[in-house]
Write a protein that binds this ligand. Sequence first.
Ligand code: KPL
Length: 293
Amino acid sequence: MPATPYPIAIIGPGAVGLTLAARLAATLRVAVIARDASRAAALRAGVQVGAVLWHFDAHAATHPPAAQWVLLCVKAANTEAACDIARAMQPQGVLSLQNGLLDARVRAACAPVLGGQGITTLGAYREPLVNGAARIVPAGEGEILVPSEFAPVAALLASAGLHARVAPDIAQARLAKWLVNLAINPVTAAFRVRNGELASPPLREIVEALVHEAWPVLAAEGLALDLDAARERVFQVVQATAANRSSMLQDVLAGRPTELDALTGAFLALARAHGQAAPTHEALYARLESSPR
Ligand code: KPL
């Protein structure tokens, strides 16, 4: 371990993780934690993010360096494994920026270290190049909202020019982000389109139906947006990330496990508990459940 801990480390070198790493690396020492030594070597050798080739300060998860703050950018299914790695880095706190409602899981898996979940609506995707190397394409600035205990992380992110701040009611932000993922990700993955295609018919109607079915359940869970505001929030993100390929579409195209269970699966269980029908969510779940999960 280096004598001085990194101010910030990122576990999960996917499109969002590397976009954040590149933005932060312009002003800070950032450690990127990869699954294994060969993946870490590839990240050190160079990955293009936007127009710039970055040689990330990458480490294998088996030998993570000390860091003051750790950001989790892994898939929901890998939460506990990532928290184990994060704890070994002896940080002040571990901030999840993952999709899904994961705050309780992150807190439990990081204890006694502080854990918590923020949200991001930043868009980014990985473009495979002809020679096999990958390029990350940032596709939508988005915002990053964090719980108040993570104010120093918001300050680090903001000093790198990212739209990051403490959200006094982070539970609201998490429910709104879940709604956004429920309405965008399965549709883009099932129809293999970029987010922007959802703004116009025929897919717009499907998105509206998803919002309509999700809203009463999320409102009963505490979402404070009315139905119009909920719909507006979803279409704001569609617009802001129009050029993006959602994370679920990227997973389907790459043959990787998707977050269908953490997003739509978890929602369907909640809808059943509330006695609320959700036929459009059911149909998309059925259509996508044959993809790896
Ligand atoms: O979170 C996302 C995702 O793709 O998982 C959004 C914000 C919808 C961007 O595509």
